[in-house]
Design a protein around this ligand. Structure first.
Ligand code: HEC
Length: 173
């Protein structure tokens, strides 16, 4: 082989090695993305009840997205659910993006508790007033909640299931 042919062989070999490397990286990151657990580690089919599905995904078990009014713009753009604002444990207490009020503790026993924490002006919730807070954004005294809390257009069945789920969030304080 003269030196010109040798160079061609070297260049072709280098290109092949380069291509192989690119393929490996692409395949590797593809696999990584594919095997990566979804956010929160749960797929919708892993939720045990309709109420839990709504709480964590903003959809019901039939896959219907629950429409809402009010709420910050990001909820319309990126989707979200009760958990986005009130937390996976329902305790709330952390400010949310573009929010003008801090989401409260919506664990069932906390909502219906006779002895409210200091600073809460309204009477305890009942099942009916919890539903009204979710759909109409009113507190038990009938006062409007801050618009950071979406007004959800939800069927009676979905509301009942969601309240059952809020009961399961009850834990030790
Ligand atoms: C974009 C954020 C956001 C999302 C999503 C959200 N909430 Fe809220 N929620 C709030 C805020 C903020 C408040 C407090 C409003 C106020 O104090 O005026 C609130 C208040 C409430 C209250 C009244 C609690 C109280 O102590 O007054 C209930 C009940 C409630 N939310 C249930 C839900 C449920 C159920 C969902 C899901 C279907 C949900 N929220 C989704 C932000 C949110």
């Amino acid at each position: 082989m003269d030196s010109r042919n040798t160079w061609i062989v070297v260049i072709v070999a280098a290109v092949l090695v380069g291509l192989a490397l690119v393929c490996c990286v692409a395949l590797g990151s593809g696999l990584l993305l594919w095997t990566r657990p979804s956010v929160g580690g749960l797929q919708s089919q892993d939720y045990v009840s309709n109420g839990q599905t709504i709480y964590f995904t903003g959809r019901n078990q039939q896959g219907q997205r629950i429409p809402f009014d009010g709420a910050p713009m990001w909820l319309y753009m990126h989707g979200g659910s009760c958990a986005s604002c009130h937390g996976a444990d329902g305790r709330g207490g952390a400010p949310v993006m573009m929010g003008t009020e801090i989401p409260g503790d919506i664990r069932y026993h906390h909502l219906i508790d006779e002895e409210h924490e200091e600073g809460e002006e309204h009477p305890p919730f009942t099942d009916e007033t919890i539903k009204r807070a979710i759909t109409l954004g009113l507190d038990p005294a009938g006062e409007p909640l801050d618009l950071t809390m979406p007004r959800w257009r939800m069927s009676d069945q979905d509301l009942d299931d969601l309240i059952e789920f809020l009961k399961t969030l009850d834990g030790d304080d």
